[in-house]
Design a protein around this ligand. Structure first.
Ligand code: HEC
Length: 453
């Protein structure tokens, strides 16, 4: 999320997380619960998207054996609410891509663990492939991979690396889905990618460095990319557990003929050397894109950056500090699809809402206990109308004390926000993925169409 800054100048686009978590719950208690009948559907919907080969979690949770040998551990993490990771307050806004366990699901798993842990009969197709999870059953039309494998040193340091991926097509392409791909997602904390159009043929899209290691090399090297990133058409990201982003019918974005992708990968610390190669899969559609999704950024790096009160320039050490921002929406009615709150390590609480000219409050998102490790693009169930003349409110607090286990400094130091490249600085940012409002949008479900061929 460190290349958010340019967003203020551009409009773009959306992403979709697709855990269509459909869990059919058996609530009768008069028979013995079994893994395959009662528990597996919950595990497969709420755990397996991350706990499977090639994904981010350290072990698979798919079969009876996978789960049975870790039951006390699983009971602990679900009771504590540590797993599945989901930080939004569901009472404030219940998002479409919610992945927390319902109380009844939690109860069912715990009573199975506390009971006989019966296995039951395995059903035929238990676990979906990643493509099935996203509703995609076909291979991508275009894969744009980084040009180099990155060798991550085994020195336990986190790293930010930007990969420049040039592309040239015969014609622009309508995009109905996009996904981040990587050979080993366990080493990746999160990734963002910006698609930049470079229409001017005199600008060489291959000239600038193929990758820049922002953590070990001079930051000024990044300047070589500036001429290439004047026009942004899309901005997306990946966090553990996210699968392909797909768009409702008629909604999406258009990949230009020529340009670059700047893919920023945040590598987590690793004790051993690892090789990593990442890229983007694109799925084309012949259907016209009638409504282009756009992204707007509020707060640091975006609209209202200098209106955060009190001044957000420096967050003092040894204190919990609160900040607020009000931004009005003067121009037009719009419809929000997604909200993406963003802070760094000392973030403590994040709340955003809209107050309409009629004084109605529309909740957007509330993260009561911010956790840098589990960020999310939250998808509203239906499009949310934000009327012209509304005021968007952000209220955020930061814990810059020694009690915050994620504080990057020990003892605490004043933390600044004048540059957003480093995670040791702070941000107070909210991205909204939106469209101009159309009559009836409030009733439009954001659930994905199936992209089966
Ligand atoms: C969004 C991805 C994601 C989902 C969904 C998810 N996990 Fe995890 N899980 C992880 C990652 C990544 C780790 C390892 C890093 C960590 O522990 O923070 C992990 C670790 C664990 C651990 C080990 C914890 C530890 O302290 O080492 C257990 C047990 C676990 N998960 C169980 C579950 C169960 C049960 C579910 C479903 C109810 C689930 N997870 C859903 C990503 C996920």
């Amino acid at each position: 999320m460190n290349n958010i800054l340019p967003l203020r100048n551009f409009n773009f686009h959306l992403k979709v997380f697709l855990f269509a978590a459909c869990t059919a719950l058996q609530t009768r208690t008069s028979y013995t619960q079994t893994f395959y009948k009662d528990i597996a559907p919950i595990i497969h919907a709420k755990c397996t998207p991350c706990h499977r080969p090639g994904e981010s979690a350290p072990f698979s949770l798919i079969s009876y054996d996978d789960v049975a040998k870790r039951t006390s551990f699983i009971k602990k993490v679900i009771q504590e609410g540590y797993m599945p990771p989901w930080k939004a307050n569901n009472e404030y806004v219940h998002f479409a891509n919610v992945r927390s366990l319902e109380p009844s699901e939690k109860q069912l798993i715990i009573s199975w663990i506390d009971g006989k842990k019966e296995r039951g009969k395995a059903k035929k197709s238990k676990v979906q492939t990643p493509y099935e999870v996203s509703g995609l059953t076909r291979t991508p039309d275009l894969t744009l991979m980084a040009q180099d494998t990155f060798v991550l040193q085994g020195d336990n340091n986190e790293r930010f690396v930007v990969f420049k991926i040039p592309f040239e097509l015969d014609a622009p392409a309508n995009i109905e889905a996009v996904e981040f791909v990587s050979n080993d997602k366990r080493v990746i904390h999160h990734a963002n990618y910006a698609v930049h159009e470079v229409a001017d043929p005199t600008i060489d899209i291959r000239a600038a460095p193929r990758l820049i290691n922002l953590s070990d090399e001079a930051r000024s090297l990044y300047d070589a990319y500036l001429p290439l990133k004047k026009v942004m058409t899309y901005y997306g990201g990946w966090i553990p557990g996210a699968s392909a982003e797909t768009y409702p019918s008629g909604i999406g974005w258009v990949l230009p003929k020529r340009g670059i992708i700047l893919l920023t990968v945040h590598f987590g610390p690793s004790a051993i050397e690892r090789k990593s190669i990442s890229g983007i899969n694109l799925f084309f559609t012949n259907q016209p894109i009638e409504r282009t999704v756009k992204v707007v950024s509020f707060g640091s790096g975006g609209i209202g950056e200098n209106e955060i009160r009190p001044s957000f320039f420096m967050i003092p050490a040894n204190k919990i500090s609160s900040y607020s921002l009000k931004v009005s929406n003067p121009s037009e009615d719009f419809s929000a699809l997604y909200v993406w709150p963003h802070m760094h390590y000392i973030g403590k609480e994040f709340k955003a809402y809209v107050v309409t000219p009629q004084n109605d409050t529309i909740p957007l998102v509330h993260i009561p206990e911010w956790d840098f490790r589990w960020q999310e693009l939250y998808r509203f169930k239906n499009l949310v109308k934000i009327p012209k003349g509304s005021v968007i409110h952000l209220e955020c607090s930061y814990d810059n004390t020694a009690d915050n286990p994620f504080n990057p400094f020990s003892p605490p130091e004043n933390i600044f926000s004048y540059s957003d490249m480093k995670t040791t600085q702070e941000m107070m940012t909210m991205l909204l993925v939106f469209l101009p409002y159309k009559e009836g949008d409030e009733f439009v479900s954001t659930s994905q169409k199936s992209l089966r061929e």
